[in-house]
Design a protein around this ligand. Structure first.
Ligand SMILES: [Zn+2]
Length: 195
């Protein structure tokens, strides 16, 4: 036994259990979603403007509220060792909202900043994604989404062309950053619903 992600069958995972092993880090470069429809969730960045992202965030939070109101066992169940539970995805999305607001503020306040690193799997374990209360997460996710949406809504015309850099060198403007960002919460609604 390697003790890897197959530590227990997902369907038998107890609710209170040793720390789950996160799914493998996704090392794909998702920037292609800016030019190509996502074959998994159907997201198509060509179909909306960056200024629509605030409204898309609002709709997405409603999707998460519906998912998190579901049966507790389903909300906490990981369908396979390679995926998170709906609750885990919701926690991730909440934290991505917080992270992207920080990155957005950096882009708006500094000249071409590089974003600090973020390890999503380390965060998942440190913040006990598998032990938290779904109702609380729904409220926190909505609050984080609203804060980010508000900042997008109040962006001045000139601010949409401000730039920032990921640690791999990928360059974003606030426009491409917004359109790139919104794929993540939409894609994970798809993940959580197909569970
Ligand atoms: Zn997708």
């Amino acid at each position: 036994m390697s003790g890897g992600p197959q530590a227990w069958p997902a369907t038998m995972a107890p609710i209170s259990a040793p720390d789950p092993v996160p799914p493998s880090p996704d090392e794909k470069d998702w920037t292609w979603v800016l030019t190509t429809p996502c074959p998994e969730c159907g997201f198509n960045a060509a179909e909306f403007e960056a200024t629509d992202v605030a409204d898309l965030l609002h709709q997405n939070s409603a999707d998460w509220e519906q998912i998190l109101r579901g049966d507790d066992a389903v909300v906490r169940r990981r369908p396979s060792p390679a995926t998170w539970s709906p609750l885990g995805y919701a926690c991730h999305v909440r934290d991505v909202h917080v992270l992207y607001l920080e990155r957005l503020e950096l882009m708006l306040n500094e000249d071409g900043p590089q974003y600090p690193n973020w390890d999503q799997d380390e965060t998942a374990l440190a913040e006990r994604y598998h032990e938290v209360d779904p109702t609380t997460v729904a409220v926190e996710l909505r609050a984080a989404a609203d804060a980010l949406a508000d900042r997008f809504r109040t962006a001045a015309d000139g601010e949409w062309e401000q730039t920032g850099y990921r640690n791999d060198g990928a360059e974003f403007t606030v426009t491409t950053f917004a359109k790139y960002f919104i794929h993540d919460p939409i894609h994970h609604v798809h993940d959580a619903r197909i569970g």
